[in-house]
Design a protein around this ligand. Structure first.
Ligand code: GH3
Ligand code: MG
Ligand code: MG
Length: 375
């Protein structure tokens, strides 16, 4: 390494004999600056390989937050990131004195900041930012974190977010070299963030934030393969919104999309975090409940169904009521089914719910004989 070479050279007898000359001509100083730069680049390369291996946005925020705080000791630090692409409201994470704190920055929409950083995609002091934006509504929101510098997180798609550095604990200014280091470090952070966001976009449905059909099917196949080997049991819940077409016809497609998003929220809130839920098709959802027999899946399904039935969806000035029909199938060690059969059975149960008047849950088990006797 260059660093080691400089170290070895400095002990060479001829160099020691001419030390004064090297000192007077400034060669030593230049070499030590060069050495510092090499050290910094090595540190950044190490950081890059760590950053690129981080799997989630949350882990990335925690890692980068710790690094920045260790190195620069800002009083406050905030991350504003729009990773939930189906919502305009960005996610904000704040730190104070090395600790994560409750959010103290309230931003309703990321769009104005997206426009500002698209025009000026580099780090900027807060004072310059205030002049550039010239609208207190968009700048005063940062005052609780005593902002000094804002650094955008840029990617192929434009701005994904930005970091707000609060003033230093010791109140000194950020030096040029600190800001230069930060720029490189944040460039790597942006690439990692971009990878994370694009991966999520590849597997999540844009209108609901639930998994896409393709990702769900892969997970289902994997889980089905484990059933026999590990004596697992899984249930599949298929949901279809009742008379959804009417919503589009009466209130328009945007109202329909809003209902899809709200339904997805209700479904997600009712299931365990490890159980994948997906948008199966237009207004159909599917959930895989792992280690869950169909009787227990029915309890979850009924919770979702009644929650939807009792909800009033407020879209603009309209109050909309909805219901869903649900079908459930189960596979276990003794009663094994391939994933395609499981889906077909959940589908049959769902259509039984539809035919029997909608707004109800059916277990495939309960209609099995009926279904098997069908021509
Ligand atoms: P049923 O109770 O029998 O399920 O009736 P339904 O009206 O829900 O069923 P149908 O299959 O006739 O209509 C589904 C509708 O879902 C038709 C289509 O316009 C709508 N749809 C599908 N995808 C989307 C979407 O992404 N957004 C909106 N707004 N509507 C969608
Ligand atoms: Mg349908
Ligand atoms: Mg429907």
């Amino acid at each position: 390494m260059i660093h080691d070479k400089i170290g070895q050279l400095s002990t060479h007898p001829e160099i020691i004999a001419n030390y004064d000359l090297l000192e007077r001509t400034g060669v030593w100083k230049e070499l030590s600056l060069f050495q510092d730069e090499v050290n910094l680049l090595n540190e950044l390369l190490e950081e890059a390989s760590k950053l690129f291996n981080i799997k989630t946005v949350n882990e990335l925020i925690v890692y980068v937050g710790k690094k920045i705080q260790d190195k620069f000791i800002p009083s406050y630090l905030a991350f504003v990131i729009q990773d939930e692409f189906y919502s305009e409201k960005p996610n904000t994470t704040c730190f104070h004195k090395m600790e994560r704190i409750e959010n103290i920055i309230e931003i309703e929409s990321f769009n104005p900041y997206k426009k500002i950083f698209s025009l000026s995609p580099t780090s900027i002091t807060f004072e310059a930012f205030e002049v550039l934006v010239d609208n207190k509504q968009y700048t005063d929101v940062f005052l609780p974190v005593q902002p000094k510098v804002l650094i955008p997180l840029m990617g192929l798609d434009g701005v994904y977010g930005f970091i707000v550095l609060g003033k230093k604990v010791l109140d000194s200014e950020y030096s040029k070299s600190e800001l230069k280091y930060m720029d490189c470090f944040i460039n790597f952070t942006s690439i990692s963030l971009q990878n994370n966001i694009h991966y999520r976009r590849a597997i999540l449905d844009v209108k609901t934030g639930l998994y896409k059909h393709s990702f769900f099917m892969k997970r289902l196949e994997e889980e089905v393969a484990k059933i026999k080997r590990y004596q697992h049991v899984i249930s599949i819940m298929m949901l279809d919104i009742d008379f959804f077409k009417k919503i589009n016809d009466v209130y328009g497609h945007m109202a329909g999309d809003f209902i899809l998003y709200e339904m997805a929220k209700i479904i997600k809130n009712a299931i365990r975090i490890e159980d994948p839920a997906a948008r199966f098709g237009g207004e159909e959802f599917i959930v895989m409940l792992t280690e869950c027999k169909s009787e227990n899946a029915k309890i979850v399904a009924e919770r979702i169904r009644t929650n939807i039935e009792e909800s009033v969806f407020h879209y603009e000035d309209k109050e909309i009521k909805m219901t869903v029909s649900i079908g459930i199938s189960e596979a276990c060690h003794q009663n094994f089914h391939q994933h395609s059969t499981l889906i077909m059975q959940a589908d049959m149960a769902l259509y039984h719910s539809k035919r029997s008047g909608r707004n109800q849950t059916t277990l495939y088990q309960d209609i099995k004989d009926l279904a098997e006797n069908k021509p």
